[in-house]
Design a protein. Sequence first.
Length: 395
Amino acid sequence: MSPKVRFSFYESVLGKCALVWGGEGVLRNFLPFESPSETQNEVLHEFAEAVETGLNKEMQKVVSKLRLAISGAKVDFNDVLINKSNWSPFNKKIYEYTQSIPTGSTTTYGFLADAIGHPNAFRAVGTALGKNPLPIIIPCHRVLGRDGSLRGFSASNGIITKQILLRLEGCEVQPPFIGYDPLESSDFLAKSDPRLAKLIKLVGPPCINIPRKVQIFEPLSRAIISQQISVKAAQSISRKLTEEFGKKNGNLDIERIFKARHEKLKACGLSENKAQYLKELSKHARDKQLPSGGELKCMSNSEVVDSLTKLKGVGKWTAEMILIFQLGRADVLAVDDLALRKGHGILLGKKNHESSREQLETYAKRWRPYRSAGCWYLWRLNKISLMNDYLTEVG
């Protein structure tokens, strides 16, 4: 007896996607999660009875269209049989109208609400699109906020994926959050490094989401907290500090940290030294002695490192994290990062190997001028599911 629900993976510029279908048409299109294994878990969580199979002729045509559409080509999906049995009448209206938005065009949540006869339901429209079962076929990435902002996107890597899709279609959208093109960087790295090419095939372009406004106190505080302890321990201390000294938006209150006694900071899990470093950092922030985001953006990489490492408790590694994740610099290699060196060992096919600083630095020369993107891929390899998928891929 043949299975009622089937699924199959297919490759795209975004990484490995998964298409789910049954006898009454296409049910679901999954854009890549953090690894193909996680994408498969999502498929089976939603469709427990689904069986992985090859693509039949009809689904081969659908996948060919999906690959072209993801790459930015104009594609007509009107002849694709879609199973709409689980769509509510409201969602059906939204999805069918969204499907009519042409490639290279965008609309807004408010306009969509007007178009379906519910002018005040723009939030409900957003909620429905957040549950879109068929991204790309139903191009919800073409729906923006009233001010042209990208807002949300329910696929893995969120608005970064949305931005990439729109740019592939030739839409003029907000400039990239990072200081380089993710697609250009992944294409360059794939051509420069055959090992990395196999990883890029699984997960697509790098998705580094940097803030539009750099607030230096928060990332420096997190870096001080995280030094030489596990991620879990750092998260626990950060949570306690936020509960004790946080503002409503979840950020630490600089004034309250400055005025706090060492004993109260240590009670949250900080060491004596870290409590002192955090106090001194808050004093610098309070007295406006920290470099502003605008000032940092005007500095070279080495100038940023020199400026930040003058602060007690801030080392070269911390400054490099600011360069990569706050300023979006393209060519940074944090050789002191243990997870990075472990990721490099995995890239070389050695599961429990940690490369030396010198080995990583020599190997990463081929990644210039996109070593930051190379770092992103190595950090991702520390995730067990992706590590196993990659090692299976390379054999």
